[in-house]
Structures are given as C-alpha cells and as structure tokens.
Design a protein around this ligand. Structure first.
Ligand code: TYD
Length: 139
C-alpha cells in the first residue's frame, strides 16, 4: 500500500443549519480506533515545525478545527503532504510513520485524536534511528 492509501482522508458528518455548524467524530466508527487521548495545538506560528517524530504504537487522526496547517508524512521512502484546512476533514496516520506539522496559520487549532495514552517511550525522535527501525522491520 502506498502512503496515500495508508493515510486516508476522513470526512466527518457535518450538520449545519441557521444556528451554525456541528461536526461529529465518533471513536471506532468515523475513525478506525477507540479514542484514548485528545490534544490540540495552537499559537504555533508559520515558522514552527512540530511533530518530528514517529510513534511505535500510537495511531492518530489530525483535524484543523480552525485555521490551517500542513502535515508531511513519510515512511523514509515515500512522502505525502496533506493540507488540513477544513473542520470536517481529518487525516489518519497509522503507527511508525514520521510526521512534521508546519505552515500553521495564526488562527490554527490542530486537534489530534490518539489511540493511546501518552507514553514518551513509544516516541522515536531521531530520524536516523527511525530509518534504522523501519529498515529492520522489513527484514
Ligand atoms: P511534543 O511531542 O513535542 O508535541 P508535538 O509532537 O505535537 O510537536 O510535546 C510537547 C510537550 O507536551 C512535551 O513535553 C510532552 C508533552 N505531552 C504530554 O505530556 N502529553 C501528550 O499527550 C503530548 C502529545 C505531549
């Protein structure tokens, strides 16, 4: 499977009427895991790069609920850039992919849904180490 297939764009149900808009995200249904953790990133300006890690266990869905940002995803051979600029659109990121989030608009609020509780030990924050881990997986 290529990266685009491994990291599908998910469109959430949107309910809008004269009172405003409402988006629904259900763990295990709209997204392919049960949500254990939610965090959001804001006040990262356009010059900042976040992420810069891979996770051995966690799966994520990223949604810009306000503003926009980009996420660059790589498996150390292929690269995929996804622009997140609509509150009803998310991108699924399975485990063991390297990701960088960048190009944050001033009003960006990047919501992250995660399949695990936080555990620093499952993070790979060194890209050379990540490449070694990916290469040894394929052996
Ligand atoms: P970091 O992993 O650098 O954020 P990002 O990948 O989004 O750029 O996390 C920043 C700080 O927040 C770091 O000290 C760890 C802490 N943190 C938690 O305690 N729990 C969490 O769920 C997350 C995502 C981060």
């Amino acid at each position: 499977m290529n990266l685009k297939e491994r990291c599908p764009i998910i469109r959430f149900s949107a309910f809008g009427d004269e009172r405003g808009k409402l988006i629904v995200i259900e763990g295990g249904e709209t997204i392919p895991f049960d949500i254990k953790r939610v965090f959001y990133i804001y006040e990262s300006d356009g010059s900042m790069v976040r992420g810069q890690h891979a996770n051995k266990k966690s799966e994520f869905v990223l949604v810009n609920v306000a503003g926009k940002s980009k996420v660059r995803i790589t498996d150390a051979s292929e690269e995929l850039v996804v622009t997140l600029d609509q509150p009803m659109i998310g991108v699924y990121i399975p485990k063991m992919l390297w990701k960088d989030m960048y190009d944050f608009s001033q009003d960006s609020v990047l919501l992250v849904l995660a399949s695990t509780h936080y555990d620093e030990k499952e993070y790979i924050r060194d890209y050379s180490e990540y490449k070694r881990a990916v290469n040894s997986e394929g052996e």
